[in-house]
Structures are given as structure tokens and as C-alpha cells.
Design a binder for this molecule. Structure first.
Ligand code: DQA
Length: 362
């Protein structure tokens, strides 16, 4: 697989240009990091930057027979260049639009992307690490192309389905219920389960900042899971959530029967504790608004079906106490990984993920 990294105007100044917004990584550093991420994922990468719209268009045309995907930060041309939109559309190469900064929370004009309709996915606000997520997304979709389904009228109400058998895994991403994080974080897990014969739905849902919050977010997750289960005529369903997605998996499972399994990986399993401790800069409060945290607390309202709580003891985003708190009060299979952190679950070659798959397949 070959992936092109494309950067537009002013991105040659990375590292010195507004480091408060764009960070201190230079373009050269970024391009060599990108090549390293490519090596890790066993894909070959190439990189190009230009300050000129026409040169970017020429490079996209030249990529036509050459690459399988493009990671593209069009810079300010994002907001104006219909010509770049048309170039991406014309070559039909899956392209992820990426922005280092949170363009949704800056000047109003940055919110508008004329490129987005031609792109397969859009990542923003995750710093230069966003390029790594974009690369992972392309690798996942090129190696195992999903079908997209809408389960509601909002742009965030969709799931990507990899169709397998009648066992369905519903993947619920985390990110403290905030909109900069999206379904792509669990892409490699989706591909891994699909290879093992599962049907897998990578769901998106409205989040805090793009129409979500309690209870809209959990209602979206429930609706997405139902729609995916109908689509594949599932005879068994497992809801697998990471981080805040773990809370959502447990919360949604608690509202259905005992035939649904819930897996919480590094999950925010106790909302009362999350509010008390202002976990993730007050993320639980932002999610709940005026709602009583006890009403959305899986520790107090556990699912009726089987529960797997997987957590690393060295998790510094959602501490291990969130697993202990839940499993002290409720029956669950606890998979504790000594020294494990918050993100190892997202690597399908990692034992923290392999342990979960082992439990689900047994
Ligand atoms: C940017 C955001 C654009 O609005 C801006 O013009 C850029 C960089 C980003 O990476 O955050 O040049 O694309």
C-alpha cells in the first residue's frame, strides 16, 4: 500500500508558525515521523508540500496511478479551493482531510471546508499526531473497505460496517465525549475483528460540541447499535467501548436485555467519581450538563448481560480505580494489565486487545 502525505500553504513554516496553535514539530520532523508510522503499519509513504494551489493539483493528478490514499492538510485552501475539491474527486483516491488545530473552535471562516465533501474522513484538533490517526484510517479502509450506513438525519449519525457473520461487534470510540475524537480511533480493531469473521460496526455519534451530550449521545449509540444489528440480522451483539466509549457501552447495555455483552476498555465506568475528580478537564460535567451523574453511572446501573472490564494499571487518562470501583460493586470479568496504559487497546497486535478477543471468542 502506498500513501501520499500532502501539505498545503504555510505548512512549510511548521515549528515556527504560531507554535501556540500548531506546536513545535517542523515539517521535516513531521515528514520523517510519518514515514516511521508508515514503516510500523507496513505501508510505503511519500511526502510533498507546496504553497501553490496549482502545484498541489498537479501532484494529486500525478498520484492517480501511484498511491492508494492521501493524507491532506490543504491549509487555508481548505476554506476556498473548489479546484482542490475537484482534483480529489477526479482522481478518486481516498483522501483524509487533516488539520492540526481545532478548526471548529477558531475563527468562523475556518469552520467551512469546501474540501470535505470530496474527502473520506476529516480529522482536526489532535495536533500533528492527527496525521498518524489519518494514516491508520486510510490503512484500515484500503485493506478492509467498509460500507457506510446512516441511522439518522444528522451528519454524525452513521456507522461503517464490515460485514461478516451474524456475530456483531459494535465499536464505540472514546475521547471524553468531545467532538475532535471520532470513530477512526478503533479502526484497526475493526479490521482485526472483521478478519476473524465478525461483522463489525464502527459507529459515530453526536458528541459534546457537535449536537451531543447526555442523553443525546447515548441515544445515538443505542440507535446505531440497533440499526447495525438489524442490518446484519445479528444473533449476538457485543458493545465494545474505549474510554468514554466504555461508559457508553455499559450505559446502553444497561438499557437492554441480558443477551448483550459489554466490554469497557480503559472505561469511565464511574461517572460519580469522574465528576468528583473532574476527570479529563471536567469532561464528565460537560457531557452531563445538569444531569445527576448517578443517573448516567454504570457502577450504579450495571448491565444485565455479561460485562468485561479491561484496564491497565498505569492508565494515566482514566485511572485503574475506575475499573476497581465498578468491579467491587458489580459482577464482571476483570482483565487487569500490570503496567498497561490507556492506548494499548487500540493496537490489535497488543496483548491488551488480544486478551479481550480471547474472552469474546471463548
Ligand atoms: C490548518 C488550519 C487552517 O485553517 C490554516 O489556514 C492552516 C492550518 C491546520 O492544520 O490546523 O494553514 O489546516
Amino acid at each position: 500500500m502506498r500513501i501520499l502525505l500532502l501539505n498545503g500553504p504555510n505548512l512549510n513554516l511548521l515549528g515556527t508558525r504560531r507554535p501556540d496553535i500548531y506546536g513545535s514539530v517542523t515539517l521535516q520532523d513531521l515528514e520523517s515521523q510519518f514515514a516511521g508510522w508508515g514503516d510500523h503499519l507496513e505501508v510505503s509513504t511519500q511526502a510533498y508540500q507546496s504553497n501553490h494551489e496549482g502545484a498541489l493539483i498537479d501532484r494529486i493528478h500525478a498520484a492517480r496511478a501511484e498511491v492508494d490514499g492521501i493524507v491532506f492538510n490543504p491549509g487555508a485552501l481548505t476554506h476556498t479551493s473548489y479546484a482542490l475539491h475537484d482534483a480529489i474527486e477526479a482522481v478518486e483516491i481516498p483522501t483524509v482531510e487533516i488539520h492540526i488545530s481545532n478548526v471548529e473552535e477558531r475563527e468562523g471562516w475556518r469552520r467551512r471546508s469546501v474540501i470535505a465533501p470530496a474527502a473520506v474522513h476529516r480529522i482536526y484538533g489532535r495536533g500533528t499526531d492527527g496525521y498518524r490517526w489519518a494514516l491508520r484510517h486510510l490503512v484500515a479502509r484500503v485493506s478492509s473497505p467498509p460500507e457506510r450506513f446512516a441511522y439518522g438525519p444528522d451528519a454524525q449519525q452513521f456507522f461503517d460496517l464490515r460485514r461478516g457473520g451474524t456475530r456483531l461487534a459494535v465499536l464505540i470510540h472514546g475521547g471524553f465525549w468531545r467532538h475532535v475524537w471520532s470513530f477512526d480511533t478503533l479502526d484497526l480493531n475493526a479490521v482485526d475483528l472483521a478478519r476473524r469473521g465478525w461483522s463489525v460496526a464502527s459507529i459515530e455519534y453526536r458528541r459534546v460540541g457537535n449536537g451531543g451530550g447526555w442523553p443525546v449521545t447515548k441515544e445515538d449509540v443505542a440507535a446505531a447499535a440497533r440499526a447495525a444489528a438489524d442490518e446484519v440480522a445479528a444473533d449476538s451483539v457485543v458493545l465494545i467501548g474505549h474510554s468514554a466509549g466504555g461508559q457508553l457501552a455499559l450505559e446502553v447495555a444497561s438499557e437492554v436485555g441480558d443477551d448483550v455483552t459489554a466490554v469497557s476498555m480503559g472505561g469511565v465506568n464511574d461517572m460519580v467519581l469522574a465528576v468528583e475528580q473532574q476527570l479529563g478537564d471536567g469532561a464528565a460535567m460537560d457531557y452531563l450538563g445538569n444531569e445527576d451523574p448517578a443517573a448516567a453511572c454504570p457502577t450504579r446501573h450495571p448491565p444485565k448481560g455479561p460485562v468485561v472490564i479491561a484496564h491497565g494499571t498505569a492508565d494515566d487518562r482514566v485511572p485503574f480505580s475506575y475499573a476497581e470501583q465498578y468491579t467491587k460493586a458489580n459482577p464482571a470479568r476483570l482483565l487487569a494489565t500490570e503496567g498497561g496504559d490507556h492506548f494499548r487497546f487500540l493496537d490489535p497486535a497488543d496483548s491488551m486487545w488480544i486478551d479481550i478477543v480471547g474472552v469474546l471468542q471463548s
